[in-house]
Write a protein that binds this ligand. Structure first.
Ligand code: ZN
Length: 137
């Protein structure tokens, strides 16, 4: 069994941004040499998230608007008295910090329209994403 870890460095460019990292994850899986197994995509931050969906620009704007409606930036949160980014923490909690994706034939088993995204809610910043790949060659 192989076990491989790669750290991706992502410099986000906006306060809120949905960044497609599919290509970098596919590359990490290729580097791992794992043909059959599982890939865990994990972000170690409290104001980012990881999710799967279609990389389509209008849909990303819809997601941004929906997040603003569900968890508005100015929501009178108590954490804003500590650090003005409560909305970013709350959106991160809703999305979650990791995904597990099956790997077969050295590739993630994504659907035709699925891309892997890092969601930034408190950028721009330097962010890390870990890709852990476990399986057999
Ligand atoms: Zn905070």
């Amino acid at each position: 069994m192989k076990s491989f870890l790669k750290e991706l460095a992502v410099r986000t460019g906006g306060r809120v941004e949905f960044r497609d990292i599919t290509r970098e994850v596919e590359e990490a899986i290729r580097e791992s040499g794992v043909r059959s197994g599982i890939a865990i995509i994990f972000t170690p931050h409290t104001t980012t998230g990881i999710f799967l969906n279609e990389d389509e620009s209008v849909l990303k704007r819809d997601l941004e608007k929906t997040m603003e409606r569900l968890i508005p930036e100015k929501g009178g949160y108590m954490h804003d008295e500590v650090d003005y980014n409560a909305y970013a923490h709350l959106r991160s909690i809703i999305l979650g910090a990791s995904l597990a994706i099956p790997v077969e034939n050295g590739r993630p088993m994504l659907g035709a329209w699925q891309s892997i995204f890092l969601a930034e809610f408190d950028g721009p910043r330097s962010r890390r994403v870990y890709v852990k790949v476990i399986g057999s060659d």
